[in-house]
Design a binder for this molecule. Structure first.
Ligand code: AKB
Length: 337
């Protein structure tokens, strides 16, 4: 009999590392993590890590011959700013990689007659507000509103959502609620902030970059204007949301795509939180036209009422608590040592 396992792709990334840490605390879960990069040594010993390419089909064929994969957290992606520099590569990874994993999950679900759970982090980048006037007039869009992304990454995430719905509801036009179809669950993340890792390649990165620079006593030139506003979330909440949506009873889930958010801040409000804890922080604003355009296209906040209602989503950290209890104390420790 094959050994049961949970697969986490993109495991060496920001969310990946935090998720590996948390899932490895669950008893009786064999974790296979995967990334093109190795894991940091403190995580590597907790899982079976494979350094490999998400597009390598033979690697997955070998995996399923040995393991019964019950859960897939598919985190591997090229983020919004990086994807604008390499749109073809972004499409290959973000769409091709997702397609490969969905196909694997679909085949395994059909073969076992037991659905593989497929957890997909989408993004606020799936929205496209069209103009600053629309952004101001529609601060909390619902999941299905304003789905006009202007980035390659946003297009890829929105299509990844659509593919997930196809594979879990319409694959080969099998009947509805067929037990052999995979079980697809998706959350749309806002900008995420970790105390332990610094993001790279995203457009919401100015928030965490500002904070990590201040903690190191370095000046920071923010690449969006003071008034630019989007929503953010502390990393522990992001990981909690993935685990919660994965374990929610299926009958409670009225949707497959859920907005989730914790707090919304303008760049200036973000800087005020940073300065409250690091009064000497030197923060200036040098708006980058392209990255500014991307942030302007994302909503100020997201309507996450459905997630709250259906599976009890309720972030532990509002802005005040995120800074004072999670971010600042841990970031201070990180740079002191
Ligand atoms: C990015 O900025 O690309 C990501 C995201 C909001 O999905 N952090």
């Amino acid at each position: 009999m094959r050994k049961k396992a949970t697969l986490i792709t993109g495991a060496a990334g920001e969310v990946g590392q935090a998720l590996v840490e948390r899932v490895s605390q669950q008893e009786n879960t064999h974790i296979i993590s995967m990334d093109i990069k190795p894991l940091p040594p403190e995580l590597d010993s907790k899982v079976q890590h494979i350094v490999g390419d998400i597009l390598d089909k033979s690697l997955f064929n070998r995996l399923v011959s040995e393991y019964d994969i019950t859960h897939i957290y598919h985190l591997a992606a090229l983020l919004s700013t990086s994807a604008e520099y390499q749109p073809m590569l972004a499409h290959d990874i973000n769409v091709g990689g997702t397609m490969q994993l969905l196909q694997l999950a679909a085949e395994q679900s059909e073969w076992k007659r037991n659905p593989v759970k497929f957890i997909f982090p989408s993004s606020v980048a799936a929205f496209g507000m069209g103009s600053l006037e629309n952004k101001a007039a529609n601060p909390r869009p619902q999941e299905w509103e304003w789905n006009n992304p202007i980035t390659m990454y946003g297009c890829n995430k929105l299509y990844g959502e659509t593919l997930g719905i196809y594979y879990s509801n319409h694959y080969k036009q099998l009947a509805d609620d067929n037990p052999t179809m995979l079980d697809y669950r998706c959350v749309r993340f806002p900008g995420l902030i970790s105390a332990y890792t610094v993001p790279s390649g995203g457009t919401s990165d100015y928030g965490p970059e500002m904070l990590h620079a201040a903690a190191q006593g370095k000046p920071y030139a923010c690449f969006v204007r003071e008034s630019a506003a989007i929503s953010f979330m502390a990393m522990p909440d992001a990981v909690t949301s993935l685990i919660q949506v994965a374990s929610a009873p299926r009958e409670k889930l009225k949707h497959q795509i859920y907005n989730i958010t914790a707090f919304s801040l303008s760049a200036e409000e973000f800087a005020e939180y940073v300065k409250k804890h690091f009064p000497d922080a030197e923060i200036t604003y040098e708006s980058d036209i392209n990255r500014q355009r991307i942030i302007d296209s994302w909503p100020i906040d997201m309507n996450d009422d459905a997630a709250r209602r259906d599976w009890g989503w309720n972030p532990d950290y509002d802005a005040e608590r995120a800074f004072s209890e999670y971010l600042v104390p841990n970031i201070r420790k990180r740079y002191e040592s």
